[in-house]
Write a protein that binds this ligand. Structure first.
Ligand SMILES: [Zn+2]
Ligand SMILES: [Zn+2]
Length: 327
């Protein structure tokens, strides 16, 4: 029997599957109608290579969605991750057809079949990651498959962090020659939940990286297994309003603090938007104390600094005016 509290409980589902989709438009319409009928909100992308989605709603609706979605041949074995949250965590339902379910600008290069991406890196379970490092030692290179900023608060020990602002930059980066030294080394690519490395590892192999691996289930799965006691250091950047999550308990003595406020240097894992929102989209590590003051709510760029100063002066003038009128 389901209790009242259980039936009212909400959750978020995260999932992806690489599989050939002959008619992405038809799958999009079906998924849209399915989500609408179940009252789910969230974001779903569909391409000829597969599906990538995050939806939230009641537990009953999520279960029904999972069951119905798996009825599609290519999605039969898709695994779904459960996360805390619900429909309210999304502004709306968005179901779209795109060239790519992750934007690497590699739509024509990526090849998939019913088993997933063709020619990707070997999947390593968390314990296999550790085993490879035990066996091959310093020869093993961890290669961060995320945007560089995400690694500011957490990464694998001694990982190489490419100079990447968005996944669009990866091809140029791995073709730059900067990483040719690792072409004959064991390279373990990793990202949040694994989807980006499915593609990245295949692009690397196509460009002469000979021994490429990927962490199965990504950092999330590795962190669930080892917490702060493995080869991972720091926090994990996440793409929702939490912005970051920790493995292990608060004040875990094994936790390694990588992130620091760019203004005062205090240990900080929270990204904030630069105050110059009109022309700067940067998310930067600024602690809550510094962020509360407009003078230290900017990313450090010169023009942003000027905007911050102007906002601070305007606020001060307004405060002085209010005091005068109150007196
Ligand atoms: Zn600070
Ligand atoms: Zn800025």
């Amino acid at each position: 029997m389901t209790s009242r509290s259980e039936s009212l409980e909400s959750k978020i589902l995260l999932y992806y599957q690489f599989t050939p989709i002959a008619d992405p438009q038809a799958v999009m319409l079906w998924q849209k109608a399915l989500c609408e009928s179940l009252g789910l909100k969230g974001r779903i992308l569909i391409s000829k290579h597969g599906i990538n989605g995050t939806v939230g709603g009641t537990v009953a609706a999520c279960k029904q969605y999972r069951k119905r979605t798996r009825e599609y041949d290519g999605f039969h074995s898709m695994s779904f991750k459960w996360s805390n949250g619900g429909a309210d965590d999304f502004p709306r339902l968005s179901v779209k057809v795109r060239d790519e379910i992750v934007a690497f600008n590699a739509a024509d290069e990526l090849k998939v079949d019913e088993n997933g991406v063709i020619g990707g890196g070997v999947h390593l379970k968390p314990e296999e990651v550790n085993k490879l490092v035990e066996e091959r030692g310093d020869d093993v290179v961890f290669f961060d498959g995320r945007n560089a900023m995400e690694a500011e608060i957490g990464k694998f020990k001694n990982a190489v962090v490419p100079d990447v602002e968005t996944t669009h930059d990866f091809i140029k980066e791995i073709e730059s020659g900067k990483y040719d030294w690792m072409k004959d080394k064991p390279v373990i690519s990793y990202c949040t939940g694994g989807i980006r490395c499915e593609i990245l590892s295949s692009l690397m192999k196509n460009r002469g990286f000979n021994e490429v691996y990927q962490v199965d289930g990504g950092i999330v799965r590795y962190g669930e297994k080892y917490g702060n006691k493995g080869l991972w250091e720091g926090s994990l950047y996440v793409f929702d309003e939490r912005m970051h999550m920790e493995f292990g308990q608060d004040n875990d003595p094994n936790f390694v603090q990588l992130g620091h406020c760019i203004h005062c240097g205090v240990g900080n894992n929270k990204f904030n938007n630069c105050i110059n929102e009109d022309t700067c989209r940067r998310q930067v590590l600024i602690c809550d104390d510094c962020y509360a003051n407009p003078r230290t709510a900017h990313c450090g760029r010169e023009d942003c600094q000027e905007v911050a100063e102007a906002i601070a002066q305007k606020e001060e003038a307004e405060k002085a005016e209010a005091q005068k009128q109150g007196a």
